[in-house]
Design a protein around this ligand. Sequence first.
Ligand code: KG4
Ligand code: ZN
Length: 347
Amino acid sequence: MTARGRVLGIETSCDETAAAVVERGRTVVTSVVSSQVDLHARYGGVVPELAGRAHVELALPVVTDALAGAGLDRRGRSFEDPAGPVGIDAVAATIGPGLIGALLVGVSTAKALALAWGVPFVGVNHLEGHLYAAMLEAPEIELPVVVLLVSGGHTLLVALDAPGSYRVLGATVDDAAGEAFDKVARFLGLGYPGGPAIEAAAASGDPRAFAFPRAMLDEGLDLSFSGLKTAVVHAVRRSPEASNADVAASFQQAVVDVLVAKALRGAEAARAGGLCLAGGVAANGLLRKTLSAACEELGLPVYVPSLAMCTDNAAMVAAAGWFQLRQRGPSPLDTGAQPNLRLPLGS
Ligand code: KG4
Ligand code: ZN
């Protein structure tokens, strides 16, 4: 182990090929993300076969870029001392959840590098990675915090008590928040990915034009979005003259109202010292603004990461890998990709 505690993280669970070098789970030395969003846009969603093939092409160039950003050549040696030791202490990769053909590329790349360099391999849960994203940008965060993780595949409220120790407080019982954005955008003909398209359309709309349901608002910490999606479909069929802007604004407001209410309730239930946002939907301007304002009013610290840290990246994977390595040790080299991996309940 070098004094720096440098982990190379690799992320290929969906449509981003990413690699990063992070020191001691806290300091991002370099983070490279190559998005395939243009490749999939014309199909209206991620095509697994295409994603896997693109990862194969991009994995080594992206890893090489990340290593170069840390002053290392593609053999992991310092540019200044090419005959010297490897400058990476462990290689972490997302093992799930995600698309099997996509995950396998990152997992195989990471294992090969770990084996060649004689350093530990760490298989990381992608969702656990998202939990550390805010901490990478705000080292002053004091745990415990509650993380609202809102992505295309997941909507979770998680209490992060200490690195490696977390409790799932609530989750969607049906669609993920991002999935609702994507489905409603498709229904309205706004294109893919749906979140940014809805947000853009909503900018000129009236969020009070339609009184869409706020499901389970007063019940516990679980969430539900499939009824909201159905309500949008019914409303548009009933009022075909309605503008996309008004529908999008009203839908977005309903999602944000629920997410903010649940996040605040989660923070209270866990007696958390702060709230963090994570996942692709955290890029939503209304969500960021509304949650920040609500927390400010309550005097509750709120950490809203940059857009790059909200969406999929490898820095969060390297950070999770570091904490996991320290607490549970390396993963065996026969660890497989696990497409349906979940966040364990408690730890
Ligand atoms: O975390 P992420 O990049 O990928 C995974 O799902 O893991 O999240 C992607 C999701 C998509 O559903 C996308 O529509 C949504 O995040 N999203 C947004 C915005 N930008 C991306 N949703 C609402 N508003 C946005 N500005
Ligand atoms: Zn993600």
